[in-house]
Design a protein around this ligand. Sequence first.
Ligand SMILES: [Zn+2]
Length: 320
Amino acid sequence: VRAAGEGLAVGLDVGGTKIAAGLVGADGSVLLRERLSTPDDTEALFELLVDAALRLSQGQVDIPVGVGAAGLVSHDGVIRYAPNISWVDEPLQQRLAERLGVAVTIDNDASAAAWGEFRVGAGSAVRSMAMLTLGTGVGGGLVIDERLVRGASGFGSEFGHIIVDEGGPACPCGNHGCLEPLASGTAIGRIARERLAGGQVPAGSALHRLDAVTGKAVTVAAHAGDAAAREVLATAGFWLGVGIASLCNAVDPELVVIGGGAIQAGELVLEPARRAFVERLIGAAQRRPTKIVRASLSDDAGLVGAALLSLDGPAPAGAA
Ligand SMILES: [Zn+2]
């Protein structure tokens, strides 16, 4: 007999500005979906997450909750630090579990997105894959031999902080030349603004007529055929490929999945990324070709992955 709510979970993908929430089936289908704004106050955020989980559970008992949070999440379900939310040592797993009376799992948001793509998205046919999410920053997630890799502290797979250009631009993490300030959506805007300020953009380019030179606006101009905007995306794509080469030389996944808002650039970033990647991959002629593809779950990857992680069961404490 199938119990009420069996095979269903609530997924909460908590970012610095918005929250994607949903009721998800065991097959990864999203049965209900909500988009919410992230409040500045962390207690207001906690109450908002509680309310969303209760609404989405629709009064059914024992619906587990999976959370993907934009921050460093340790194995004990504590968010140690979040770059865009003022959480410090926030025991969110314990607090939500006590308040809701259900099982709660918490992972980093990009790790949750990687699990979503691995289970029911672009990576569903492979055993090992890496994911990078290109947005305000660059997130990472890694699945090796069908297991999500969290590392010793739970802080693993932060591929946005692979250093690809030691003399490069400052990263919010304090280092210089990380992938994040070179290949994120934010980076696309910055590269374009620097080229405009440096007189490197031809007078006829649409970049001169943008109200705000953001990654999104540059991408729209590139899709409309603007050559200077396409060069900006190719530059970000080049650095992405350099970073992916280091990642693949280190861990050798079968597939690299690229998601996040900035992947709206599509092939305009992926094609130069593949070129830079293959030139730097060791043993490229000897190994099976590692594919670099676009994510398939779009904005749902994080909430679907978080929900499925709560159904698939948490990893044993301290396990990879
Ligand atoms: Zn960094």
